[in-house]
Design a protein around this ligand. Structure first.
Ligand SMILES: Cc1ncc(COP(=O)(O)O)c(C=O)c1O
Length: 398
């Protein structure tokens, strides 16, 4: 096995993987990091939950990402260990608003984390109990703006203080001597720049009524990736809208932080799947499914392109709908919408699914003993080369 294959064709000449294989296109990740580093008017942090694979995080560290949004002590340790192995220093924001007291204590005392999120007073009580030095620690109050926007998952149904709740909490955080910040998340795959503008206007209102000068404002993740059926404006438009909104609504604009997951990593990973079985009725069984890397396909139809391979060659022709099952014995392991694949697809063929960097291997289980966690580096993404070669019909949905 090579450390890095030049392209999928080359990989398939060397191996026909039995297990799902994630093809990591490092250059695409680097381009995406550059876009945020050069365009976002503040600090870039990476939301590890979107893709915690060591190969991806190492590439982030090597390409200058120095700050990470983590959701658990396990993620803290993962990033710290990888950083140590590369002799890098990292800053961590523990931005899961609900944490156990023991996790807060471990993060602060053992791991040196100095930035936490919260959205109610019970969490503040836990933080106060476990943190001996508030002055060194940033607490970011997570709030929800009353306006609703177009997103695929509304994370604010679970977290976020109301405007009035945030005003009270921010005051208390400040009075307790912490560095007082605000944070929000407009929801993942947010396709409207206006969402950020509305949340920033709301943040300015909260800070004003609380009479607190913010240490920082974290505008969350939510920036969209470009799928076939769901995409937003260029990232540059989000950055411009955020910059203008902060200057418009705040008398003294706070330092900004963002914590993208999906849009930072999504393009840089493709998932290579094997067809295990084709039934007479045309349904297909793949070596991965909704308990593995395809969970998001069960939840939302964003439109993933698909390329098909047979013996190292791309195959195409008329595409027809196939009902697709995963490899487990559970009947819910089935995709809710058909995959459009070449009519002749059969056992032993491969399906390459680009745009699978976010929330794919990250949420895969080992149910029934099926793993979906192996990564390999592949220099050129088939999706990009096909788009450049203008043979677009090879990609379903375009
Ligand atoms: C606190 C927090 N920050 C950032 C993210 C990343 O969001 P996205 O992948 O939509 O950019 C999430 C996603 O759940 C989150 O909960």
């Amino acid at each position: 096995m090579l450390d890095c294959y030049p392209n999928t064709r080359h990989l398939m000449q060397h191996q026909q993987p039995e297990q799902p294989l994630y093809l990591f296109h490092k250059q695409l990740l680097e381009q995406s990091i550059d876009q945020f580093q050069q365009g976002f008017p503040g600090l870039l942090t990476y939301a590890v939950k979107a893709n915690p694979s060591a190969m991806v995080i190492k590439a982030m560290l090597q390409h200058g990402v120095e700050a990470y949004d983590v959701a658990s002590v396990a993620e803290i340790k993962l990033v710290q260990n990888l950083a140590k192995s590369l002799d890098k220093t990292v800053t961590l924001h523990y931005h899961n608003p609900i944490k156990s007291e023991s996790a807060i204590a471990e993060a602060w005392h053992q791991c040196g984390v100095r930035s936490f999120a919260l959205d109610d007073e019970f969490e503040l009580a836990k933080l106060l109990k476990q943190i001996p030095d508030p002055a060194s620690t940033e607490l970011s109050v997570r709030f929800v703006a009353p306006v609703k926007h177009e997103v695929i998952l509304d994370l604010n149904s679970k977290f976020g203080a109301s405007v009035n709740g945030a005003i009270k909490l921010l005051r208390k955080v400040h009075a307790a001597g912490f560095k007082a910040s605000l944070t929000f998340h407009p929801g993942t795959q947010c396709t409207q720049t206006q969402a950020y503008v509305d949340f920033i206007a709301c943040a300015a209102d909260i800070a004003k009524h609380a009479q607190v000068t913010l240490h920082r404002l974290n505008v969350g993740g939510g920036f969209p990736a470009s799928y076939v059926k769901s995409f937003g404006p260029e990232l540059a438009q989000y950055f411009a809208a955020i910059k203008t909104a902060v200057n418009t609504y705040f008398d003294v604009p706070p330092a900004l932080v963002c914590e993208p997951g999906r849009s930072l990593v999504n393009d840089s990973v493709s998932l290579l799947l094997k067809v295990l079985h084709r039934r007479e009725n045309g349904s297909l069984f793949l070596n991965d499914g909704v308990y593995g890397g395809l969970l998001e396909m069960k939840v939302v139809d964003l439109g993933w392109p698909m390329l098909c391979w047979r013996q190292g060659q791309l195959i195409d022709g008329e595409r027809v709908p196939f009902k697709v099952f995963g490899p487990t014995c559970d009947s819910i392991d089935v995709l809710p919408t058909p995959m459009y694949l070449p009519k002749q697809i059969q056992d032993g063929d491969y399906i390459e699914v680009p745009l699978m960097g976010a929330y794919s291997s990250a949420s895969a289980t080992q149910f029934n003993g099926f793993l979906s966690d192996a990564y390999v580096q592949v220099k050129v993404s088939s999706y990009c080369s096909i788009q450049q070669a203008s043979s677009l019909p090879l990609v379903a949905g375009l």
